[in-house]
Design a protein around this ligand. Structure first.
Ligand code: FRU
Length: 495
């Protein structure tokens, strides 16, 4: 049965969503139907379609009591809104239906697990959240909350784990038909851990083990965990809060990481080998993965970061968009990412240039746009390497977003210093890329208000948003020191 709270949200989005014109939104990235969006939730393939739910506050462009928004897609590029799926309408979730996941049950229904939040009044008058894991079952459109909710609460936690920071369950199916679920939790040293729970039917859950712990090394509380196989590796993906920078790594405060290692199924032991940031840009958080029917592990992230939420001008009627879904694979022990191949199906108006010598700031006929997929290859001239390569995108008379590569230090820098913001928050990020003797390959995807930059076939990705007028659609190239040869292949994305 649809509660009054959910009905109200559904009527609100139906009534007001239409006031946001399609051209005011990203063209092929999912943005909130109305109001506010944060984390991707319940990313799954169900009854022939991809389902992507999201943390949702329909009533304003600010975070508020969390609902779950809902959209579906055949191809991960064109999204269609469905009515909101969950609302905070029960005593155990009346302060919010926080992040969670979805999977298909053997009877063909879709099971959602999410964090139900209750706000408790402490003895000293302060408030804290009680977080429990709750279920809802549905048909891809309407969901009924489980009558025995919550299914995981403080009673299921081992000693020393927090009941107020216990959230974001990500379920998965085991090959033997049983289920596992990873949940983020705060430990008594005030940092994070990933707990594994198990179930034979998806409804009755018990604690299994602590898969990995932070011990205050990588941030504090670990939010939005995920756990999957990739090639011969096992990966925990999570989003630590309060990260401290390490060299050029982990500058986001709210960061993201892959913990790459091995897993022993019998003893349920995860052995971490390496740690890698998921994204090196300014606006990326809380990614979640799913498996496509053809076996690709893909992730989608919130194309925003908590500390950069002031970035969106007040005139923008919606808040929050997702990244493009990205395919993961392992190369030389590192995880590499590529835009989902479905994007190629929307390529049109190909423009290409090969080995153009570039020194002064140069524009190329036909190379412009704000909804594009463009690959740029830079090659130094024999024996003489340039000192800096610089590219501007989304460039107009006053504004541009820049990407700068310095071969001597192998650093790539993105900047939206001149992307129209009148707020003083972080606009620049730098990351280390592999030294290839001055050769560089960038695949840049622009979708009106964002850029996703895949470096050297996805060894690093840098994601950022900016809100300049769409008429600022110029692109230019420039080299300092010496010239370099630039090749460009550009497609417009037309849905
Ligand atoms: C991550 C997060 C989650 C939580 C949700 C609340 O961005 O803080 O841990 O479930 O957002 O909206």
């Amino acid at each position: 049965m649809t509660s009054e709270t959910l009905q109200k949200a559904r009527e609100y989005e139906e009534r007001f969503g239409v006031y946001i014109q399609p051209q005011e939104r990203p063209a092929f990235h999912l943005s909130t139907r109305v109001g506010w969006m944060n984390d991707p939730n319940g990313f799954s393939f169900y009854r022939g379609k991809y389902h992507l739910f999201y943390q949702y506050h329909p009533y304003s462009t600010k975070w508020g009591p969390m609902h779950w928004g809902h959209a579906v897609s055949d191809d991960l590029i064109r999204w269609e809104y469905l009515p909101a799926a969950l609302a905070p309408d029960q005593p155990y979730d009346d302060a919010g239906c926080f992040s969670g996941s979805a999977l298909e049950l053997p009877d063909g229904s879709q099971l959602i697990m999410y964090t139900g939040v209750r706000s408790l009044l402490n003895e000293d008058g302060t408030r804290s959240d009680l977080q429990t894991q709750c279920l809802a079952v549905g048909d891809g459109l309407d969901y009924e909350k489980y009558r025995f909710n919550p299914v995981l609460s403080e009673d299921d936690l081992p000693r020393g784990f927090s009941r107020t920071d216990f959230r974001d369950p990500k379920m998965f199916k085991n090959p033997d038909g049983t289920y596992g679920c990873v949940v983020g939790c705060r430990t008594d040293d005030d940092s994070g851990a990933i707990l594994l729970f198990e179930s034979s039917d998806g409804f009755s859950w018990h604690f299994s083990t602590v898969l990995d712990r932070c011990y205050n090394e990588f941030g504090k509380m670990w939010e939005c965990p995920d756990f999957f196989e990739l090639g011969r590796k096992r990966v925990i993906m999570c989003s630590p809060q309060d990260m401290s920078a390490l060299g050029l790594e982990f500058h986001n405060g709210n960061g993201t990481m892959f913990l790459i290692g091995d897993y022993n199924e019998t003893t349920r032991t995860f052995r971490r080998e390496t740690v890698q940031a998921v994204d090196y840009g300014l606006d990326f958080y809380a990614p979640q993965s799913t498996l496509t029917p053809d076996g690709r592990r893909i992730i989608v992230g919130w194309m925003q970061n908590w500390d950069t939420c002031v970035s969106q001008p007040a005139s923008v009627k919606w808040f929050g968009q997702m990244t493009l879904p990205r395919e993961l694979s392992v190369r030389d022990g590192r995880i590499v990412q590529a835009p989902v191949r479905e994007l190629d199906g929307f390529h049109s108006r190909r423009i290409s240039y090969s080995d153009i010598p570039v020194r002064e700031e140069t524009t190329l006929r036909g190379v412009y746009g704000r909804t594009i997929d463009m690959t740029v290859t830079v090659k130094p001239l024999p024996g003489e390497c340039y000192t800096q390569f610089r590219m501007k995108v989304a460039a107009g008379s006053q504004h541009y977003t820049s990407v700068t590569y310095t071969p001597q230090t192998s650093t790539l820098r993105v900047s939206r210093d001149h992307s129209g913001s009148n707020r003083d928050f972080v606009h620049v990020r730098e990351c280390l890329v592999r030294d290839r003797g001055g050769c560089l390959k960038l695949r840049i995807i622009l979708d009106r208000y964002s850029a996703e930059i895949f470096v050297n076939d996805g060894e690093q990705v840098l994601t950022l948003t900016f809100y300049t007028a769409l008429s600022a659609d110029g692109i230019s190239f420039q080299c300092h020191g010496k010239a370099a040869h630039i090749s460009v292949e550009k497609y417009d994305i037309i849905l």
